[in-house]
Ligand binder design. Structure first.
Ligand SMILES: [Mg+2]
Length: 174
């Protein structure tokens, strides 16, 4: 089984918020609208770089506790380029409708079978226990990064990201 890298969506790759339809800011993408309110989504400035960095190390999947339809919409509109089977959403792991072992084989589900699988998330390890339990990964394979709330010091985060990459490469012995 191929070890995979799993990455969270909200506050890790993007920041979404409900705003009035007429107050969409530059750089935001409209996801869906309800009445006068729309859900506006802003990618982390480094999001595409992060994904290409990770994909150069191992197969990379999205693991989000958000709805699948939302994750697919974000993926398409922001060009994150995850295949549908590389997106694991709320319906897939919170309700356990799909048992991990039964997931499409193109997704290298970890579940203790891939000791080098990794999860990257903005939450603390303790707060992300639903995901870590699902993946069966220990603390040393969990990487917490700063949460993205729509504004960021790019230089500062780039330094943080480089440190994370070094640790991940060490784990993969690259
Ligand atoms: Mg998050």
């Amino acid at each position: 089984m191929i070890p995979a890298i799993y990455i969270d969506l909200d506050e890790t790759l993007i920041h979404s918020q409900d705003v009035r339809g007429d107050s969409i800011q530059e750089g935001e993408v409209v996801l869906d609208s309800l009445g006068g309110m729309v859900s506006a989504c802003r990618p982390r400035p480094l999001a595409l770089t992060m994904l290409s960095d990770l994909r150069s190390i191992a197969p990379t999947c999205l693991l989000t506790s958000a709805r699948r339809s939302y994750a697919l919409d974000v993926n398409r509109k922001l060009g994150f380029d995850f295949k549908p089977e590389e997106i694991i959403a709320r319906e897939d792991f919170l309700t356990k409708k799909i048992s991990p072992g039964a997931f499409p084989i193109s997704v290298p589900i970890a579940l203790n079978q891939s000791p080098r699988s990794i999860l990257i998330d903005d939450l603390s390890f303790e707060s992300a226990h639903l995901k870590t339990d699902y993946l069966g990964i220990p603390y040393k394979q969990y990487f917490q990064i700063s949460a993205f709330y729509g504004v960021e010091d790019d230089e500062f985060f780039l330094e943080e990201w480089r440190c994370v990459l070094v640790k991940i490469r060490n784990l993969y012995q690259m």
